[in-house]
Design a protein around this ligand. Structure first.
Ligand code: ATP
Length: 506
């Protein structure tokens, strides 16, 4: 019998009764998970539910305190990631483990380079990598290219190719699309389809329900470290999935405007703002208004946020706050002028990881607004509880929080400064559906209080559901403005410059 032919139903891996505690606190309670050859198995749950911990146990990064792992029916225990990798179990983490100065081929074969007369056989390494790439239809990727020059998607693909070079039969992916642009997501989808054809089992952690329905065959739901259910994706609706995950139905995803919230005076105005990346930007945001910046990656959305915040600058034009021209040369100046910039901040940038939740939430107050710090700090507990932060209290170090909960601390840190204008750059990336709803509700509350909100998001439903006006950018310029509630096609047509009916593969 050929071992190459794997029936889709073959169970490759079975984790049973997995237990894990950190410092005496149990975070996984007897979790079961099995992976079949050729399936995409989604793992979902709220922030802090235990997804990453389970994944890290599978990867050999953590060791379980109880339970068993069987690979091909044999009991295994991975003490080290390399051991897992050698057994065919690979993980693509969000923080890549690649060496940027080395080439694609050098990274793929890192630590086990083919040798000839004791010297690294670079030619063979390149040919072998080329073969792997061709086999996957990735002919645009060259073995001799330095990893540094690749996009995030390119780097992620190198990680996957590396996994395959170890004959991985199980690949775990932790929110693989979090940092990808739409067209790059397509690339990843195609690669995943190829992996499935080869009988690779993929464990896929994501908060994006659409991806779960697009990609997965089965889905396992965790809540508070315990297994809720494993179901065939085709047998469940997204409402049911959310209910299993959050424990309550989420009725209206985008809360309505608070009664009485009217657009007031112009709080933020950019007049003919321009620099190397953007040009001729005219934009206003009124008190109580939510304005979204939409556009493809590279259209200038984030550049505008950075220029406002003094990270970069506008070298042309003017910025006005409450009708007065302001100079924003540094983030400090921007904060003092009443601006806040919440970035997606995935890797805890902007958080001091070995300090407590409380200390981190005060960071901006203490550093920039010392005179208002103690007063501002009193608001922090309320902000954190409205965001439903899951932590062991405000003295817990943020490095022990799950990714989504770290993001909530970042939000709290900015809200504590009581900004007049708040710029939200991908505010809900990496946070679960329940927490998203909280963020939206909070945005409505802030605008009812007269805060002007400028939001940047690649999630069109979020842009359309929340914004009063949508300013669409294309190639660093304003391509046009649309009212909130329009359909996605209209936004895309403006963002790409193609009429909706002309769009399609070039
Ligand atoms: N090294 C650690 N030390 C202490 N506690 C930890 C550690 N790693 C995780 N935890 C805790 O374990 C729980 C589960 O975290 P985990 O990262 O697995 O959640 P998650 O489901 O991946 O969440 P998210 O969607 O936010 O990434 C959380 O309460 C977290 O604070």
């Amino acid at each position: 019998m050929s071992s190459d032919v794997v029936s889709p139903a073959t169970t490759l891996l079975r984790m049973s009764g997995i237990e894990k505690s950190f410092l005496g606190v149990q975070v996984l309670h007897g979790v079961d998970l099995d992976l079949r050859a050729g399936e995409v198995h989604a793992l979902i749950g709220e922030n802090g539910a235990g997804k990453s911990t389970l994944m890290k146990i599978l990867a050999g990064v953590y060791q379980a305190d109880g339970g068993t792992v069987e690979l091909d029916g044999q009991s295994v225990r991975f003490e080290h990631p390399l051991q897992a990798q050698q057994a065919g179990v690979s993980t693509v983490f969000q923080e890549f483990n690649l060496l940027p100065e080395r080439t694609v081929a050098e990274n793929v074969f890192l630590g086990r380079e083919p040798r000839r007369n004791r010297l690294v056989d670079a030619a063979r390494m390149n040919t072998d990598t080329q073969a792997l790439l061709e086999d996957l239809g990735l002919t645009w990727l060259r073995p001799a290219t330095r990893v540094r020059s690749l996009s995030v998607a390119g780097q992620q693909i190198v990680e996957i190719v590396k996994a395959l070079s170890y004959d991985a039969r199980i690949i775990s992916m932790d929110e693989p699309t979090a940092a990808l642009a739409d067209e790059e997501v397509e690339l990843l989808y195609r690669l995943i389809a190829k992996l499935k054809e080869r009988g690779v089992a993929i464990l896929y952690v994501s908060h994006r329900l659409k991806e779960i329905f697009d990609l997965s065959d089965r889905v396992t739901i965790l809540k508070d470290g315990a297994l809720v259910d494993t179901v065939a994706t085709a047998d469940i609706t997204s409402d049911e999935l959310v209910r299993k995950m959050v424990g309550r139905p989420i009725s209206s995803f985008f809360p309505d405007k608070r009664p009485g919230t009217e657009a007031g005076d112009v709080r933020l105005e950019i007049r003919q703002g321009g620099n190397e990346q953007v040009d001729g930007i005219d934009l206003t945001v009124r008190a109580g208004e939510i304005v979204a910046l939409a556009g493809l990656q590279g259209s200038g959305r984030t550049e505008i946020a950075h220029a406002l915040f003094g990270v970069d600058r506008f070298t042309r034009g003017q910025v006005l706050l409450d009708g007065r021209v302001v100079t924003l040369r540094s983030p400090r100046q921007a904060v003092r002028s009443g601006l806040a910039l919440v970035t997606e901040d995935r890797k805890g940038e902007g958080l001091v990881l070995n300090q407590s939740v409380a200390a981190n939430a005060r960071l901006v107050l203490d550093a920039v607004l010392p005179r208002r710090a103690s007063q501002g700090a009193r608001r922090i507990p309320g902000i954190l509880s409205s965001l439903e932060l899951v932590s062991r209290g405000s003295s817990q170090e943020v490095r022990f929080l799950s990714g989504g909960n770290q993001q909530k601390v970042v939000l709290a840190k900015w809200l504590a400064t009581e900004p007049k204008v708040i710029v939200l750059d991908e505010p809900t990336r990496g946070i679960d559906v329940g927490a998203k709803e909280r963020v939206y509700t909070l945005m409505r509350e802030l605008s009812a209080q007269g805060v002007a909100i400028l939001m940047i998001s690649s999630e069109l439903p979020e842009v359309i559901g929340m914004a009063d006006r949508i300013v669409v950018l294309r190639d660093g310029r304003v391509a046009g403005e649309l009212p909130g509630g329009v359909d996605e096609e209209t936004v895309m047509a403006l963002a790409t410059g193609h009429q909706a009916d002309e769009r399609g593969e070039p």
